[in-house]
Design a protein around this ligand. Structure first.
Ligand SMILES: O=C(O)CCC(=O)C(=O)O
Ligand SMILES: [Fe+2]
Length: 334
């Protein structure tokens, strides 16, 4: 049987997902993904189930959205609280933090070097805890429909990937699906405006500071500008670029999944810096990316995944509710 790991890009495996989808070699794909999650916390998937045209269409709408005037974008404003994570956030408003929960410390962190990115977040329409915040009708026709269509398409893709994860853990294929039924996921459109290379190099501003994701899994689509870097698990504090790979969705594990897996899976720190070799007259070009954050249903409580603990290697964590975990992390980002 053919090897499903096609290549390695800066230490991150590029896995062919097709043998899982067509059923010709499910276990090999499952093992490759889980092993990557254990080694680096990241994997590139090619031949995944999300059509290329749908991804392109979402990038086109995302660019059109960010091209609107500030006044128009502010007609779908993100509420002041981080726990209602919907709508538009202007550059510098959100500052990713890594385990800082004290309000004064958070404010200092934000002033020190703002994250110069703007974003739009949405979830499923029916979510009563976090209602979506859309632009008024007529401002950007098709935007809402494209976002929602893409949200559900990625949910389908995510469920297929969870099927592979379950087989990786030698569990029934639908094991994780029961925890991701609502889904309490979030689609995020990101735009990093063009900035000077000097500002980024001096770190008076950042694109997105070093952080790990909070939820269970992130599916990331990025343009070919580059700049995403992931921490080398063998050498903490050093980062390697995770460049655009044609046709790939990058998938990474979040903190919640690391905890759920009794720390057998890594949730790896990553950041966005200046890409190498892309300076035009001292300016770093705009970057667009689209992360899709999968979270376990907020009303579920998870205990360590079967097979990740034993008498010799006991559970490190108490059961936790997905809502309690994610809300604490979201509150600290604003
Ligand atoms: O822009 C990117 O590629 C990274 C985005 C990211 O890490 C995040 O939103 O959590
Ligand atoms: Fe992230």
């Amino acid at each position: 049987m053919s090897d499903v790991t096609l290549s390695t890009t800066n230490g991150i495996k590029v896995v062919d997902f097709r043998p899982f989808v067509d059923g010709t070699n499910k276990q090999a794909v499952a093992d490759a993904i889980l092993n990557s999650f254990k080694d680096t916390g990241f994997v590139y998937l090619i031949n995944h189930p999300v059509p290329k045209e749908k991804i392109e269409e979402m990038f086109v709408l995302s660019k059109k959205f960010f091209d609107l005037s500030m006044e128009k974008k502010q007609l779908a404003p993100h509420p002041p609280s981080g726990t209602h994570h919907r709508g538009y956030s202007a550059p510098g408003v959100e500052k990713i933090s890594q385990h800082i929960y004290d309000m004064d410390e958070l404010a200092k962190n934000r002033i020190k070097a703002p994250d110069v990115k703007e974003s739009f977040e949405c979830g499923r329409e029916e979510d009563e805890n976090m209602p979506n915040i859309w632009l008024p009708d007529g401002i950007l026709p098709g935007f809402k429909e494209t976002c929602l269509d893409f949200f559900w398409l990625l949910y389908e893709a995510e469920l297929t990937i969870w099927g592979a994860m379950a087989l990786g853990f030698k569990l029934p294929e639908d094991y994780f699906k029961a925890y991701h039924t609502k889904p309490d996921n979030q689609l995020r459109l990101l735009h990093y405006p063009s900035v000077t290379a000097e500002d980024l190099a001096k770190e008076t501003i950042t694109r997105i500071g070093a952080h790990s994701d909070f939820g269970s899994m992130t599916l990331l689509m990025q343009d070919d500008v580059g700049g995403l870097e992931i921490e080398n698990p063998q050498k903490p504090g050093t980062f390697t670029p995770a460049p655009y790979v044609e046709g790939a969705i990058m998938v990474n594990a979040g903190d919640f999944l690391a905890r759920w897996s009794n720390d057998t899976i890594r949730s790896t720190i990553h950041r966005v810096r200046a890409p190498s070799g892309k300076f035009v007259e001292g300016m770093i070009p705009d970057r667009y990316s689209i992360p899709y954050f999968s979270s376990a249903d907020f009303d579920t409580v998870v205990d360590c995944i079967p097979g990740t603990w034993s008498e010799e290697n006991p559970k490190k964590y108490e059961p936790i509710s997905a809502k309690d975990y994610v809300m604490q992390r979201l509150a600290a980002s604003y």
